[in-house]
Design a binder for this molecule. Structure first.
Ligand SMILES: Nc1ncnc2c1ncn2[C@@H]1O[C@H](COP(=O)(O)OP(=O)(O)OP(=O)(O)O)[C@@H](O)[C@H]1O
Length: 241
C-alpha cells in the first residue's frame, strides 16, 4: 500500500488550485536608527481565488502593512509570500512589475485621486503604464469602469466637484479599469458616512459576486466585515482569529 502523501502547510494538495495569495511565517520589522517596530509576526494566511476577506484590528496592529505585503509594495523581513502558488522571490523583476500592474488593484481610504485631472483621466492614468493599450482602448476601459460604478454622468468633473462616496467610486473605477483579479482595499469606507459607506460596500460585494474578483478589505466596521466571507482579526501584529 502506498503511504498517503503528506502536505506541508506550504504545499497545496496535488491537483488543488493554489491560493491566489499565501503568506507563510511572515514577519515585518520596521527599523529606524532608534526604534525597531515589529509590525507583523508569525502571520500565516491564504486567500483563495474569488474570496472576499475582511481584516480588522485596532490602530497600529499591522493591517496596512499586511496589505502592502500582499500587494507586493513592500517586502517581509522574513517568511514567504506566494502568488498563485509560486514564491514571489522566484518571479523576475519584469514578472513582478506585471503582477503589480495587472493582477492587483488598490483602493485607499483617502482615494488618492489627482485633483488636476478629470474623473476620466484619473481612471485612465494607471493604463498609461501598460504597454500595448492604445489611447482609444484606455478611454473605452475608463468609461466602462465609470459606468460600472454608476458615474458615467460625471466623467468630465474634477475630484473637488464630487462627494466623498463619488470620489471613492472613481478610485474603485480606476482599480477596475486595470481589470485586476485581486483588489486590496484599505478602509475604503473609512472617510464616508454610513449611507455612502453602504453603497461602496454593495459595489465591492457585487464585484466579488458577479465578476469573481478576489477582495481583501481592511475595515473598522464590524457590520461590513460580517458581510464578507471571512473575517481575520489582528492584534499587535498577530492574527488572533
Ligand atoms: N514606514 C514605517 N516605519 C516605521 N514604522 C512603521 C512604518 N509603517 C508602519 N509602522 C509601524 O508599524 C505598526 C503597524 O502599522 P500599520 O500602518 O500597518 O497599522 P494599521 O493596523 O494599518 O493601523 P491604522 O488602523 O491606524 O491604519 C505601527 O506600530 C506603525 O507605527
Amino acid at each position: 500500500m502506498q503511504p498517503s502523501p503528506i502536505n506541508s502547510p506550504l504545499t497545496a494538495p496535488a491537483g488543488a488550485t493554489p491560493p491566489v495569495i499565501r503568506l507563510a511565517n511572515i514577519e515585518k520589522v520596521y527599523q529606524t536608527k532608534t526604534i525597531e517596530t515589529i509590525a507583523l509576526s508569525e502571520v500565516n494566511l491564504s486567500i483563495a481565488r474569488g474570496e472576499f476577506v475582511s481584516v480588522m484590528g485596532p490602530s497600529g496592529c499591522g493591517k496596512s502593512t499586511l496589505l502592502s505585503l500582499m500587494g507586493l509594495l513592500d517586502e517581509p523581513s522574513s517568511g514567504t509570500i506566494e502568488i498563485d502558488g509560486r514564491p514571489v522571490t522566484s518571479y523576475s523583476d519584469k514578472e513582478l512589475a506585471g503582477l503589480r500592474n495587472h493582477k492587483i488593484g488598490f483602493v485607499f481610504q483617502s482615494y488618492h485621486l489627482i485633483n488636476d485631472l478629470s474623473v476620466r483621466d484619473n481612471v485612465e492614468l494607471p493604463l498609461l503604464y501598460r504597454p500595448g493599450v492604445s489611447g482609444a482602448e484606455r478611454r473605452k476601459r475608463a468609461l466602462a469602469a465609470l459606468d460600472q460604478v454608476g458615474l458615467n454622468a460625471r466623467t468630465n468633473h474634477f475630484p473637488a466637484q464630487l462627494s466623498g462616496g463619488q470620489r471613492q467610486r472613481v478610485a474603485i473605477a480606476r482599480a477596475l479599469a486595470g481589470r485586476p483579479e485581486i483588489i486590496l482595499a484599505d478602509e475604503p469606507t473609512g472617510n464616508l458616512d454610513s449611507v455612502m459607506g453602504e453603497e461602496i460596500m454593495d459595489l465591492l460585494l457585487g464585484l466579488n459576486r458577479d465578476q469573481g474578483t478576489t477582495l481583501v478589505m481592511v475595515t473598522h466596521d464590524e457590520q461590513q466585515a460580517l458581510k464578507t466571507q471571512r473575517l481575520i482579526r489582528f492584534f499587535d501584529g498577530r492574527q488572533v482569529a
